[in-house]
Design a binder for this molecule. Structure first.
Ligand SMILES: [Zn+2]
Ligand SMILES: [Zn+2]
Length: 356
């Protein structure tokens, strides 16, 4: 991706020089997610174009000089299929890392496919090979989980997991997920696994809501075919007139926020995870929506390595219940990357993969 608004080009780069402790992957698949659309439109700050996009990827180990095990000690050898934590170079010595213990806000952190420039190497997934610098946290895909499931969920799998982890619903809570993209679908699935007594979803198009039902959503509302009043009436009816205990915003539209606050019960929790880029402001009523409601409103920025490993370990146990591979809409070769971006932007596919 040479620059914002400029078509993606195919460049030929030199083979990487492998440092001890590095891993060279043959890309099996890398995702095209909403973030890549934002990158294409120049909506994320601090991106050193030209970049190789593709942050969450699955690859087969080609070479791994001096690396015998993944980040959790599982033995590794060439041919193994792995994924990796796309965030690297967290410093573990700044205020955010050490004192606030919020390494996802560490100013030194870099992200594969987003904040590495192409001049720094094969550090993005839309490429035939991916170079994992020494220290990048590799995770062998657990037994019982397929590469298509991992990449079908993609970053949405880990982000959705992180949002539920942040909300910490109690057993028996009712949960509303706003948004039916990969993040919303994963959040709904994990909320169900986490013991929700009912999971509601608001989103579009119908094909995504259908996926949501297959992941355990009890009742899905089509965003354009129901009115906010109809949704509210129904949710109040299903929650004893109180509203849901937990709302997870994975819609990425600011208009979701006042509706989410309104549908949440007094003293409920609201996690905002879908606003990864700035889509504008929206008025909320601090008295009615937050203070008087005694609301807990939380943001979730990105994910930690623990989200990745916990999500995949849980997925291994519930593999059959979570057919994440069905999120994959279409696979594209490298020279179809522009088409993939356009299809994701216009919601023609839920999840597009680059399979070089
Ligand atoms: Zn730091
Ligand atoms: Zn993503």
């Amino acid at each position: 991706m040479v620059a914002p608004h400029s078509p993606v080009e195919i460049w030929e780069l030199d083979d990487p020089v492998l440092e001890p402790g590095s891993v060279l992957l043959e890309t099996v698949a890398s995702e095209v997610c909403g973030t890549d659309v934002h990158l294409f439109h120049g909506q994320l700050s601090g991106v050193p174009y030209p970049i190789i996009p593709g942050h969450v990827s699955v690859g087969k180990i080609l070479e791994a000089p001096g690396v015998e095990a993944d980040a959790l000690g599982n033995p590794l050898e060439p041919g193994d299929v792995v994924t990796f934590y796309d965030v690297h170079e967290t410093c573990w010595s700044c205020y955010h890392c050490l004192v606030a213990r919020q390494p996802n806000r560490c100013p030194s952190r870099k992200v594969y496919g987003i904040t590495y420039s192409v001049e720094e190497g094969l550090l993005g997934g839309w490429a035939e090979q991916i170079y994992l610098k020494p220290g990048v946290k590799v995770f062998k895909i657990p037994k019982g989980v397929t590469a298509d499931q991992v990449i079908g969920g993609g970053c949405g799998l880990f982000t959705g997991f992180a949002a539920v982890d942040r909300a910490r619903p109690e057993l028996g809570d009712t949960v509303l997920v706003q948004g039916a993209g990969p993040v919303g679908l994963s959040a709904a699935a994990f909320a169900g696994l986490g013991g929700a007594s009912a999971v509601f979803m608001i989103g579009a198009p119908e094909s995504r809501l259908e996926l949501g039902r297959s992941f355990g959503v009890d009742e899905a509302f089509h965003l354009d075919e129901t009115t906010p009043e109809e949704r509210k009436d129904r949710i109040l009816e299903k929650t004893g007139g109180r509203g849901v205990d937990v709302v997870i915003e994975a819609a990425g539209h600011s208009s979701a926020v006042p509706e989410g606050l309104d549908l949440m019960r007094d003293g409920g929790k609201y996690v905002i995870v879908g606003h990864y880029s700035d889509v504008g402001s929206i008025p909320v009523n601090p008295h009615l929506d937050i203070n008087r409601k005694h609301a807990e409103v939380l943001g979730q920025w990105g994910t930690g390595f623990h989200h990745l490993t916990r999500a995949l370990t849980l997925l291994a146990r519930h593999s059959e219940k979570l057919p994440l591979q069905n999120i994959v809409g279409k696979k594209y070769s490298l020279d179809e990357a522009n088409e993939a971006l356009a299809d994701v932007e216009h919601l023609r596919v839920t999840k597009a993969l680059i399979t070089p």
